[in-house]
Design a protein around this ligand. Structure first.
Ligand code: GLC
Length: 438
């Protein structure tokens, strides 16, 4: 058994730490602007102009079954969809607002169709829900709000009541967790408290504004096992480093315990569909990010931003197929795997994972070496080795038997194993050696 235990939290993270890989989906009215999901904030877009998106939102090619098949092929085991992003637009049929998809040309509950489609492919269901809301009439104008620079911004705040907004969130979370069956993840986003900022009326918002304690209590009373992230700033189940790759397993800042964490990442720089953004990651980088996450005990939530017509564009499809190609044969080094036990040190240019039950070790050959790869502290533990992608035997030997020039310098320490590799790298982005331990 793995010796690594994560800090116990209120929700059920067992399945999550096994499944390792999920799909984030950012989809909303901003997909029509197609130039970042924060566009209303970035360009201080007027309500009149933003209403045009509402008026014309028509995802006529939305086929969530196709999305779910894509996610499944890519090896993603759970998904998290934006039910409401910062713009405030609801992708579900809420009875607490008119600002929802059913009142646009879309004319139907998009969340419901997502839930049905993904669930029927065996993918677990998560909801992203924005704490920020740039449309709700009670959400006060602050330093992030699109109306922050309006000459009458401060005046617009008169009569706005965050208490009413907090109640609205509780009502909507109740709807989301009541009307769609079992929900596995609730992904709140995000808090930005800054008590000292000037002018004070523009200051950010945090857990007290959200009445986060009440909000979480509401969620747990309906779905006690649900995984909730920490972005209300009330600590729950999930630490969520965003757009960077941690180098070590994340630890609790006070107790130093290992925690359950999930890196969230994009294929290119934006979460929402961005027509003109060009920093798309290479297939190789995408695979590396998944391995680099699991080898330090984390999950990866990789984002897709569908077009406003409701499909994954060719770039997103290509990126997803990079995962599909690799995961088809190599998922065994990801699912149910975690950081390798400390007795195993990574050979140069390699990353290790180990199955939770301890029985298998995986060497990911990130830099494919010439001839062989050597690993210390293994000779007395190894039973058999094969390439994971094709189940072909990888021969190995100990340093004595292998070296015939009398030079044992480079082979490492006692107990070293030397795996003999083909000169030509096997035709997979990152080949993996699967080791059956004694
Ligand atoms: C950030 C952004 C947001 C995105 C989220 C995903 O907090 O505000 O646009 O949804 O990251 O992690």
């Amino acid at each position: 058994m793995s010796s690594y235990k994560t800090k116990k939290t209120p929700g059920n993270t067992t399945w999550f730490e096994h499944d390792r890989f999920g799909m984030f989906i950012h989809w909303g009215l901003y997909s029509m602007a197609a130039r970042h999901e924060w566009i209303k904030n970035m360009e201080c877009i007027s309500e009149e102009h933003y209403d045009l998106y509402f008026k014309h939102f028509n995802p006529d090619l939305y086929d969530p079954k196709a999305w779910a098949r894509c996610a499944k092929a890519a090896g993603m085991k759970y998904a998290v969809l934006t039910t409401k992003h910062h713009e405030g637009f609801c992708m579900f049929d809420s009875k607490y607002t008119d600002y929802k998809c059913t009142n646009t040309p879309a004319g139907r509950d998009l969340v419901k169709e997502y839930v049905d489609a993904f669930r029927s492919e065996g993918i677990r269901i998560g909801f992203y829900y924005s704490l920020i809301d740039w449309h709700h009439p009670d959400f006060t104008i602050d330093r992030l709000h699109p109306r922050r620079n309006d000459p009458d911004a401060q005046k617009l705040n008169e009569g706005r009541d965050m208490k009413r907004y907090a109640k609205y969130m509780r009502d909507q979370v109740t709807e989301l967790l009541t009307n769609y069956g079992k929900i596995d993840i609730l992904w709140f986003d995000f808090s930005y408290p800054d008590e000292d900022s000037q002018p004070i009326w523009k200051k950010g918002k945090g857990k007290d504004d959200w009445e986060a304690e009440e909000l979480i209590k509401t969620a747990r009373s309906i779905q006690p096992e649900i995984i909730i992230d920490n972005r209300t700033t009330i600590e729950q189940d999930l630490w969520t480093p965003e757009q960077y790759q941690p180098m070590e397993w994340i630890r609790h800042k006070d107790t130093n315990e290992l925690v359950t964490w999930e890196a969230c990442q994009t294929f290119s720089g934006s979460w929402g569909y961005h027509r003109d953004e060009a920093t798309w990651k290479s297939p190789r980088m995408l695979i590396d990010m998944l391995i680099n996450t699991v080898c330090i005990g984390g999950n990866l939530l990789m984002n897709v931003g569908p077009t406003s017509r409701g499909y994954f564009d060719y770039r997103a499809e290509k990126a997803l197929s990079a995962y599909a190609d690799w995961m088809k044969y190599n998922s065994r080094s990801i699912y149910g795997c975690t950081m390798a036990e400390p007795e195993f040190t990574e050979p140069r240019g390699c990353r290790l994972t180990q199955s939770e039950d301890g029985s298998r070790l995986y060497i990911h050959l990130m830099e494919y070496p010439f001839g062989d790869v050597k690993m210390d502290n293994l000779a007395d533990k190894i039973e058999y080795a094969q390439f994971l992608h094709d189940g072909s035997e990888v021969l190995f030997t100990t340093k004595k038997a292998y070296m015939n020039d009398g030079n044992t310098e480079a082979t490492g320490k006692e107990n070293t194993i030397i795996f003999q590799l083909p000169t030509v790298k096997p035709p997979v982005e990152v080949p993996v050696i699967e080791i059956f331990l004694k």
